[in-house]
Write a protein that binds this ligand. Sequence first.
Ligand SMILES: Cc1cc2nc3c(=O)[nH]c(=O)nc-3n(C[C@H](O)[C@H](O)[C@H](O)COP(=O)(O)OP(=O)(O)OC[C@H]3O[C@@H](n4cnc5c(N)ncnc54)[C@H](O)[C@@H]3O)c2cc1C
Length: 386
Amino acid sequence: MDFTFTEEQVMLRDMVKKFADNEVRPLARQIDKEQNADLIKQILKKGAELGLTGIPFPEAYGGSGMGEMGYCILLEELSYACASTTVTFGAHMGLAGMSIFIGGNETQKQKYLTALARGEKIGAYALTEPGAGSDAANLQLSARKEGGHYVLNGTKLWITNGDIADIIVVYASTDAKLKARGGITAFIVETPTTGFTANRIHDKMGLRGSATAELVFQDVRVPEENVLGTVGRGFMIAMETLDESRLSLAAGCLGAAKELMSMSADFAKKRVAFGAPIASFQAIQWMLAEMAAEIYQMESIIYRTAWLFDQGKKIPREGAICKLFCSEALDRIVDKAVQIHGGNGFMGEHPVERFYRDSRINRIFEGTNEIQRIVIAEDILKKGGY
Ligand SMILES: Cc1cc2nc3c(=O)[nH]c(=O)nc-3n(C[C@H](O)[C@H](O)[C@H](O)COP(=O)(O)OP(=O)(O)OC[C@H]3O[C@@H](n4cnc5c(N)ncnc54)[C@H](O)[C@@H]3O)c2cc1C
């Protein structure tokens, strides 16, 4: 076993680190305070110039061919600086791009995936609805065939990049009786288009700079050739996409966790109480040690799973384990980071406060952690242990 990054991966990591330090970190507070998704849009465009929007995809589709390992490196490094930015990149590539990569035919990949990978267009993935979150198979947005088109009617909710995207992968019901077993179809919807409205949702607890939107479809006509792959395959595409994106979500948790540990160690060395730096107190040292132990576990399972994915293995259990473990580990770590910072950690001018608010979503989106436990248990019961 060789656990070292290749020369190419090290170069990518260094490049993204520089990009995050120069282009993202200085804006992170402003992005959060102003809920400013336009700033992130500019960052995405700058990232595209460096090839960052196509990291996981093959060169044939405008990507860099650096696979899941490269993609996890990208999201880890971005997360040191700004979770809102990481999630914007994640929805664009890991959700929208990956859906097309997994489910699309050659023409669709050439046309849409290439535009996403080059950053010429922004992508979003629309599965969740007001009445269908965890129970995604119960989605109600309907697609009715009319000649050479499908007509879409319904509402999607909390869609990341929903109002800044040019290409939205929309999951719709084409047969209400069949549901997940052939009744759901994915469509590539280009925006703006007649009958489509996107309404930005403000005042989130965290990720305040990422664009989250409600999407309303009123008789939106989508040409037949924009059925992603084949009719009835949508639910499978949605779930396979999530297997991968849950892993990359975990990589985002890892970057945030490492940043929090560094911030906490630096603070503990400088902050003096009872005549000594608080770093000299065992209570503080134990918190740092526990952070490091969790980070080591996070890093180990993420890059092992990314390697598996790049070997062509399906990762429903492993992706869910990474998401479950890393999002919960990050919550424990961010809580300790606030504690080590004392009152400073509660104040808006300190980044720890933003990390605390941004971290919480990871246990909710891309399938709640209760759903991850169900996915893992079902896989064990179906296939057995290791
Ligand atoms: C900021 C943000 C960004 C998002 N981005 C996107 C996006 O880009 N695209 C997209 O499609 N969606 C997106 N979502 C939606 C997200 O994926 C859903 O919120 C999530 O899947 C949970 O659905 P829900 O909120 O409807 O919760 P519900 O399904 O209503 O669940 C409520 C609670 O019940 C629990 N629960 C439900 N069913 C079970 C069960 N069988 N067993 C045990 N417990 C259960 C859940 O775990 C949870 O604790 C986003 C959400 C947010 C907040």
